[in-house]
Design a protein around this ligand. Structure first.
Ligand code: FES
Length: 156
């Protein structure tokens, strides 16, 4: 089958659910929110173009990195509604997303480092706190684990 025919092949909600790993109820919810679109067969049943699988994967992963459905909807609205998005179409999303993804990566890096280091939370319970947060100096930067949220220990 030609690639173009495969991409525009219409699949049932069950097919899409099995292939994407997303429950049919969630797919209907995404449709209600305008995140994905379906056609109706003569029987009235939903039929989705195969290309919707990439959109669904995008929605699932975007939520994993902390984007709200509103943010995801704004991004997906940049894609052409009437054809399978091309690489160029998707690259438009990635350029606006890169900063967000980088910030998330930095957050996860800090989380990893904070597992064994001082996070500036005020507990002063680790050996390292004596150097990184003497006398809970981090408290002057605000409430919460200051080094986890991005502040850096200040020099004496
Ligand atoms: S880990 Fe809590 S103040 Fe250092």
């Amino acid at each position: 089958m030609l690639r173009s025919a495969l991409v525009s092949e219409l699949l049932t909600i069950g097919d899409i659910s099995r292939r994407s790993g997303v429950a049919a109820s969630a797919l209907r919810f995404y449709e209600e929110r305008g995140l994905i679109g379906a056609q109706r067969a003569g029987s009235g049943h939903r039929r989705y173009p195969r290309s919707v699988l990439r959109r669904i994967a995008f929605i699932v992963f975007a939520q994993r990195v902390g984007l709200t459905l509103e943010e995801i909807a704004r991004e997906l609205a940049k894609l052409p509604p009437d054809r399978a998005p091309t690489k160029r179409d998707w690259s438009r999303l990635s350029s606006s997303w890169s900063a967000r993804i980088d910030a998330r990566i930095a957050e996860l890096e800090r989380l990893r480092v904070g597992l064994t280091g001082c996070i500036g939370c005020g507990c002063l319970s680790l050996e390292r706190c004596r150097l990184a947060n003497p006398g809970d100096r981090a408290s002057s930067l605000g409430a919460g684990p200051r080094y986890w949220v991005g502040d850096r220990p200040r020099e004496a």
